[in-house]
Ligand binder design. Structure first.
Ligand code: NCD
Length: 310
């Protein structure tokens, strides 16, 4: 958790995984496991009763927004959902004005998703609220990385020395960036695979291998994560969707190139039939459902940590 910014309360921020140490990450994952049990037992229902959690999503979201809402409610927080269409943001109010307004109305912890990389950092600098980054542009998505790490740890055991391959639209993926930090800190080897134009941004990243064909990407992988092709993000792509599907779409047969029974992950939402086949997504290797399930307890843990309740 980032706590370098002077604060008047126990509040902290979660802006990205890069500010977390390995033990911070492990503590968050262990706490998530506890939170899963607490939620089932309906325990901790007043843990955040003095907090007001604002959900401020400037970009579309289903699983992230819903799981933050359920997480905050499971811990007894007051929750305000500020959907962009119905708020003054749609009238052109600046981000800083919105942040100040939310703070004045009593929001104490803000979950922010924004198309501009760095928006949560601005919020952390200009307010006294605890800020949780729920995805900023192509930069970071720390709670997704934490829930992916939990899902992988529960499937594979400790990640030290395990090879995790991430394939697809890696360069434009905030999920890939945050996963890279988390997985490397947890001792995993990370291999990024995809068309050269999509992976070259990571050339030279410490501890990261690059593969530009599928066989090389999957060889020996203990788990494979594929990422949504970011059709809505403009800019250089250099690869046709048809070519991507021909070369990179994962199916049961192609998964045989990885280690036997290696699981498949996808942060969702999927473009049906583009990143992987429906059979693979629903088959025995798939951890996609587990990823969604782990979203709530991981976000319970994060909210408890940033507000100083845990
Ligand atoms: C991701 C996101 O929004 O960054 N989805 C998610 O949070 N589950 C990935 C994506 O949009 O492709």
């Amino acid at each position: 958790m980032q706590d370098t910014i002077p604060r008047t309360s126990a509040h902290r921020h979660l802006l990205d995984v890069d500010a977390m140490t390995r033990s911070d990450i492990e503590r968050a994952l262990d706490l998530a496991v506890e939170m899963r049990e607490a939620r089932a037992a309906r325990a901790h229902r007043s843990m955040l009763e003095t907090e007001t959690v604002g959900l401020c999503f400037f970009e579309a979201s289903t699983r992230t927004r819903v799981s933050f809402e359920l997480a905050a409610k499971a811990l007894g927080a007051t929750v305000v959902d500020l959907s962009v269409a119905g708020s003054s943001v749609g009238k052109g109010e600046s981000l800083v004005d919105t942040i100040r307004t939310l703070e004045r109305t009593g929001v104490t912890a803000l979950v922010l998703r924004h198309s501009a990389a760095g928006a949560p950092y601005l919020a952390a600098r200009t307010s006294g609220m605890a800020i949780v980054n729920a995805g900023d542009g192509m930069h970071a998505h720390p709670t997704q990385a934490l829930l992916d790490a939990l899902t992988l740890r529960e499937a594979l055991g400790p990640l030290d020395g395990r090879l995790i391959t991430i394939v697809g639209d890696v360069g434009r993926s905030r999920v890939a960036r945050s996963n890279l930090h988390a997985l490397v800190k947890l001792g995993a080897r990370v291999r990024l695979g995809g068309p050269a134009a999509w992976v070259r941004a990571f050339d030279g990243w410490p501890g990261v291998e690059i593969a530009t064909n599928l066989a090389e990407a999957l060889h020996g992988a203990d788990a494979v994560m594929t990422l949504r092709v970011q059709l809505e993000r403009a800019g250089v792509s250099g690869v046709s969707l048809r070519q991507y599907v021909a070369d990179w779409r994962l199916d049961e047969e192609r998964m045989r190139l990885a280690a036997p029974n290696s699981p498949i992950l996808h942060p969702g939402p999927t473009n049906e039939g583009v990143e992987l086949t429906a059979d693979l997504a629903e088959g025995h290797r798939s951890l996609i459902g587990r990823q969604v399930e782990n979203g709530v307890p991981v976000r319970m843990a994060v909210l408890a940590l940033v507000t100083g309740a845990a």
